[in-house]
Write a protein that binds this ligand. Structure first.
Ligand SMILES: C[S@@+](CC[C@H](N)C(=O)[O-])C[C@H]1O[C@@H](n2cnc3c(N)ncnc32)[C@H](O)[C@@H]1O
Length: 365
């Protein structure tokens, strides 16, 4: 989650949070249901029984209240499509009234006039809109629905209303024929930021989706990455800042591998709650490695478990001797298949190395 520019107060709090194990950032996957059906989505479920198992607005608010009592300052609302949750407005307003910085992650379909009025009156810190196409055909190929006109109209209206809107692009095999065009198209909106998601994660097993179908080859990823850097050179520094924000301040050339525990702030200063009330260090973290039942056991117990889990996790031996361990840290979501065995997925490491080399090359330009 990007938490840059939340102000001096937040930056100070962040510095202390890791030392004091304070969960200052929360991610809430309000629902696995969605009004799109993206073919690479790691969350989206269509099982009708989900509706009965989903948390109600009251249950989410109770968890959020406990999180705030433990120090939460920022909240990401995501899904599925968070804005389709029947109590979205109630949950959103609760956070705003508590003075929490809110980021709403959305596909933009429900960012309509009514929502823009709400967000103008009670502004979120940011609205992150995922852009899935540059025309009806690409939208249909990636999401199963041609909602290009609706999303385009809503993005333009939100920007015109002065909302802090950032665009997010997630390239996958299904988007491949249009990725360059989509990046070009994203530039035309004049959004506050455009970022390209460079790390696809394996889908949750119950979705029936597989990286084998939606993943990209190393060459395809590298091409997209270079195009992104060429088109949005100004965001290079920002990307480095975002990374630092997520992982903490990293002294140059020091290994990101700790004697014990994970390096990232997930589980140290941040947590996520999946749609069924399970707490994990970050939204895509593999549950067979670290998770806790926050719905039934309450926030305090769940946070202790997750926090201890990341501190106790032993990273793979190969990370300790890897030549890139001052540029990379072990990220279980990137090694989902084998993270429980404390191993690396070779392709993930290969991509991370290429990514680091490209970043180096562009930094030197
Ligand atoms: C799961 S969506 C939920 C929020 C909202 N419905 C949206 O479309 O942004 C959150 C983000 O994850 C991205 N995403 C989807 N599948 C992914 C995957 N397999 N790996 C990495 N990111 C993915 C989406 O493109 C989107 O930017």
């Amino acid at each position: 989650m990007n938490t840059i520019n939340y102000g001096k107060f937040y930056n100070e709090a962040k510095k202390n949070a890791r030392e004091t194990d304070t969960p200052i950032s929360g991610g809430f996957e309000l629902t696995p249901l969605c009004n799109l059906d993206c073919k690479m989505c790691y969350v989206h479920l269509t099982d009708p029984t989900v509706k009965e198992r989903m948390l109600s607005g009251g249950e989410w608010i109770s968890l959020m209240e406990q999180a705030i009592a433990h120090g939460m300052l920022t909240a990401l609302l995501t899904g599925g499509e968070a804005m389709t949750h029947p109590d979205f407005k109630k949950i959103y307003m609760y956070l705003i009234e508590q003075g929490v910085f809110v980021v709403v992650k959305t596909n933009g379909i429900l960012l309509n006039r009514e929502a823009i009025i709400l967000f103008t009156e009670y502004p979120p810190y940011a609205i992150d809109v995922s852009l899935y196409g540059c025309d009806g055909e690409s939208y249909k190929a990636v999401t199963g629905h041609d909602v290009f006109d609706t999303v385009t109209t809503n993005i333009r209206a939100a920007i015109e209303a002065g909302l802090h809107l950032r665009l997010k692009i997630t390239p996958s095999a299904y988007m491949l024929p249009w990725v360059d065009k989509i990046m070009e198209y994203a530039k035309t909106f004049g959004a506050d930021d455009v970022s390209v998601n460079t790390l696809l994660t394996e889908a949750n097993p119950d979705t029936g989706r597989s990286m084998e179908d939606f993943g990209l080859s190393l060459e395809e990823n590298a091409h997209i990455h270079r195009q992104y850097y060429d088109m949005f050179l100004r965001t290079l520094k920002r990307q480095a800042e975002e990374e630092e924000e997520l992982m903490g301040e990293i002294p140059a050339d020091e290994p990101h591998i700790l004697p014990r525990g994970l390096y990232c702030n997930g589980g140290r200063t941040a947590f996520a709650v999946n749609w069924d009330g399970t707490m994990v260090p970050c939204p895509t973290f593999p549950r067979n490695v670290i998770c806790a039942d926050v719905k039934n056991n309450g926030f305090e117990k769940a946070w202790l478990e997750v926090n201890q889990g990341v501190k106790d996790y032993t990273v793979p031996d190969e990370c300790r001797v890897c030549a890139y361990n001052n540029k990379c840290h072990y990220c279980p979501p990137q090694h989902k298949r084998v993270a429980a065995k404390h191993l690396c997925v070779a392709e993930s490491c290969a991509w991370r190395k290429i990514q680091a080399d490209i970043a180096e090359e562009y930094r030197a330009k």
